[in-house]
Design a protein around this ligand. Structure first.
Ligand SMILES: CC(C)(COP(=O)(O)OP(=O)(O)OC[C@H]1O[C@@H](n2cnc3c(N)ncnc32)[C@H](O)[C@@H]1OP(=O)(O)O)[C@@H](O)C(=O)NCCC(=O)NCCS
Length: 172
């Protein structure tokens, strides 16, 4: 099911048959350097299953990012619920295949997800949780209009909570 369209991208729900294409993103050691380890095939399949569960449960999750020019899956991006210090927050997350970095694709997808989130969900704030050393991801959050709200331990590691409020997102 298609969720969003931007100038260069389609965001659609992930499917089980996306595992090969998504493994090229999530099994890459450099892409996953801020994670405990790159994903093996089982983890990629579990990742997809988790998003499919989220679509059913919450109406959103991480979606497949498809390049319109050639129909290729080049990443994921979307909206998930994360519990930060006891409070549920809507988070924008993103991963882009390494050969596609630096063209603004993550920013294009993330902005569309931000606008969809504020349009569809009754939230006052949307966040991104990012390791302080993950400078490319921080830059995407900044280009998405977010600023650092606070730092929290997250899965046992320090993370910056980037945030944008609804009124700030208007007109961005
Ligand atoms: C983060 C990620 C999704 C960005 O994807 P992308 O499509 O290349 O992002 P964009 O092109 O929209 O923007 C990247 C920005 O980071 C900047 N950047 C890249 N490497 C950088 C570095 N080492 N230091 C500082 N900035 C850096 C780019 O210059 C660009 O900013 P600019 O437009 O101001 O020049 C991609 O690097 C990725 O998949 N990383 C691994 C997964 C990950 O960490 N995801 C986030 C988890 S919180």
């Amino acid at each position: 099911m298609q969720i969003l369209e931007t100038p260069r991208l389609i965001l659609r729900e992930l499917r089980t048959d996306d595992a090969d294409a998504l493994a090229l993103v999530l099994s890459d050691a450099e892409t996953m350097r801020f994670y405990p380890a790159p994903f093996d095939r089982t983890r990629v399949e579990q990742w997809i299953a988790r998003q499919i569960h989220r679509y059913a449960e919450n109406g959103h999750g991480l979606w497949a990012v498809i390049l319109k020019s050639n129909d290729e899956l080049v990443g994921d991006c979307g909206l998930t619920i994360q519990n930060v210090e006891g409070q549920n927050e809507i988070e924008i997350g993103y991963h882009v295949r390494r050969d596609q970095w630096g063209q603004g694709l993550a920013t294009e997808a993330a902005r569309a997800c931000r606008d969809l989130g504020f349009a569809r969900l009754p939230v006052e704030r949307i966040i991104s949780l990012i390791r302080p050393e993950n400078l490319p991801s921080r830059r995407v959050a900044e280009k998405n209009g977010m600023t650092v709200w606070k730092e929290v331990p997250w899965h046992d590691l320090p993370h910056l909570v980037y945030a944008i409020r609804r009124e700030q997102a208007l007109g961005k």
